[in-house]
Design a protein around this ligand. Sequence first.
Ligand SMILES: Nc1ncnc2c1ncn2[C@@H]1O[C@H](COP(=O)(O)OP(=O)(O)O)[C@@H](O)[C@H]1O
Ligand SMILES: [Mg+2]
Length: 256
Amino acid sequence: MTDISTPKMTARGINVFYGDKQAINDVSIDITQEDVTAFIGPSGCGKSTFLRTLNRMNDTIANARVEGQIALDGEDIYASSMDVVQLRARVGMVFQKPNPFPKSIYENVAYGPRIHGLATGKAELDQIVEKSLRRAGLWDEVKDRLAESGTALSGGQQQRLCIARAIAVNPEVILMDEPCSALDPIATAKIEELIHELRGRYAIAIVTHNMQQAARVSQRTAFFHLGTLVEYGDTSEIFTNPRETRTKDYITGRYG
Ligand SMILES: Nc1ncnc2c1ncn2[C@@H]1O[C@H](COP(=O)(O)OP(=O)(O)O)[C@@H](O)[C@H]1O
Ligand SMILES: [Mg+2]
């Protein structure tokens, strides 16, 4: 059983540097199992940089350096013993621009389970693909065209396919970096609905520059400014009764 009294992930004293330039300054935050956590703040404040520390995607950026401690279920994800491929399955990521593989819809979802050895045969793999596409709210739209290319889908469908791909490897946490910024309002509403449905099953952290979206989809909100975490708390509190002047200025549209 999941212990809900301890956060799924904890970040403590995180600094991130690109070369000499510091992009994140002493950020500490908890990502809880039962909540959707939104990261908001003006462009360039470090939201994506911080999100990437949670599954070591910054490792893939040549001049990036991370300091501090991040734990997943109490386990240090920056420990040398951590298997990074396994970590990125446990802490999946969905990007701003949908990025399905140039393969069939089926293969987009089956690829991860296959390389992680999650299915013992074709029937089981088929089941994982169907379950993942159902959870991502895409099954009914694609069940008769699984052999077609993932890139032939609409933008919103592609993004749900990327969510299905993340789900297929049994993640514990799903990170989303502005997952709706390339989508129209109807596709955006579908993704937001999906986030509601996935809440609780997976710990979710979502970056958004859309404050209405943060208010709609999250229970916890973290406001970043110039690489620092200015304020972190219940979404309703942040939006109705922020403690910090900088938060208030941002949510009232004074800068952004
Ligand atoms: N790969 C990179 N190399 C150098 N600087 C970067 C890189 N990625 C981001 N930055 C810088 O780090 C800061 C935070 O960027 P980012 O995390 O993308 O902000 P946000 O997602 O809030 O818009 C910005 O000043 C940005 O220019
Ligand atoms: Mg960003």
